[in-house]
Design a protein around this ligand. Structure first.
Ligand code: GDP
Length: 313
């Protein structure tokens, strides 16, 4: 398959075309897209998948631009994908927009793709899951998934990423308000953004307040203690430190085996989700009761694509 070959060679145009194919609903494209994933799957997996979330205006795209450029300057290949749960309503993707990250977009070691603009949150996230496979096959080592912090989307994105970074604004005395507890529980790191100029003290105070608040949360299953820091994407302060935190996390989670285990659980989540969505809950419950899904989970570990497995049902 020529397109797959070009993607695996790292051709960004081919990668873009491949993702367009994934997003298409035309029956012949659906088949081609699934074949493409099957070919790319053995080349995927070798990346750090990072979720970046926060309310609109917190500075996500500015942060991703600064963070991304830092990494590409170290020779790393960075892909930015986006999940915009509001795109259905606004008829367009507001995230992962190239015009908001123009320097990174022009960087030959970066690849930026806006959110698929139609479908349910689960459907959009599943397209992103498949896009991650293509990006990794194309040699991208750092995959950033940008999502807007409105609640529901974070839980879904947490099934796609290894590490979750939550950007927060300081000030207005509302440090612990306005952000849902559930989102904080998912965060592996919390960074108070815009820590520059007059805002430095505010940001530091907010970081202290969040550090205290996080102590009250139950310990994370993987043994990781969420890190709180301040950063200024505009002045490139604290951005490198966040990458170091993520790298430490990755090293620890590889050696403890959690990274693999978590990805396996995530794949199972999508398998169950897709069986339910494609075949309906009646059939899903039947397959569950018959133990068929357990068998498919075992096949999934061997690196077979979920759609290939669905076609066996
Ligand atoms: P997003 O909606 O979360 O993607 O936020 P943007 O990245 O678009 O940033 C929103 C606004 O905050 C813009 O006007 C940015 O210039 C500003 N901003 C972003 N990062 C920083 C920062 O580190 N320091 C300051 N002072 N302003 C920032």
């Amino acid at each position: 398959m020529e397109l797959a070959k070009q993607i695996i060679e790292g051709n960004r145009t081919a990668l873009g075309l491949g993702i367009t194919l994934l997003e298409s609903t035309l029956p012949e494209h659906v088949k081609q897209a699934q074949d493409l994933i099957t070919v790319c799957l053995p080349y995927s997996g070798k990346s750090i998948r990072i979720g970046v979330t926060g309310v609109p205006g917190v500075g996500k795209s500015t942060f991703i631009e600064s963070f991304g450029k830092l990494l590409t300057s170290q020779g790393k290949k960075v892909a930015v994908l986006a999940i915009d749960p509001t795109s259905e309503r606004t008829h367009g993707s507001i995230l992962g927009d190239k015009s908001r990250m123009h320097e990174l977009a022009a960087d030959e070691n970066a690849f930026i793709r806006p959110s698929p603009s139609s479908g349910t949150l689960g459907g959009v996230a599943n397209k992103t899951r498949e896009s991650i496979i293509l990006c990794e096959a194309a040699g991208f080592e750092i995959i950033l998934i940008e999502t807007v912090g409105v609640g529901q989307s974070e839980t879904t994105v947490s099934y796609l990423v290894d590490f979750f970074l939550l950007l927060m604004l300081s000030g207005a005395g509302d440090e612990l308000q306005g952000i849902k507890r559930g989102i904080m529980e998912l965060a592996d790191a919390l960074a108070i953004s815009k820590a520059d100029g007059d805002n430095i003290t505010n940001a530091k105070n907010a970081a202290l307040a969040y550090t205290r608040a996080l102590h009250l949360f139950p310990a994370m299953e993987n043994g990781w203690t969420p890190q709180v820091s301040t950063c200024s994407a505009l002045e490139n302060i604290g951005v490198l430190e966040i990458f170091e935190t993520i790298n430490n996390f990755d090293t620890q989670m590889i050696s403890s085996g959690w990274k693999n285990e978590n990805r396996k659980n995530q794949n199972n989540y999508w398998l169950h989700h897709l069986v339910k969505e494609e075949l309906g809950s009646k059939k899903y419950n039947l397959f569950l009761a018959e133990g068929k899904l357990k068998l498919l989970e075992k096949e999934l570990i061997k690196g077979i694509s979920i759609y290939q497995l669905l076609s066996k049902l």
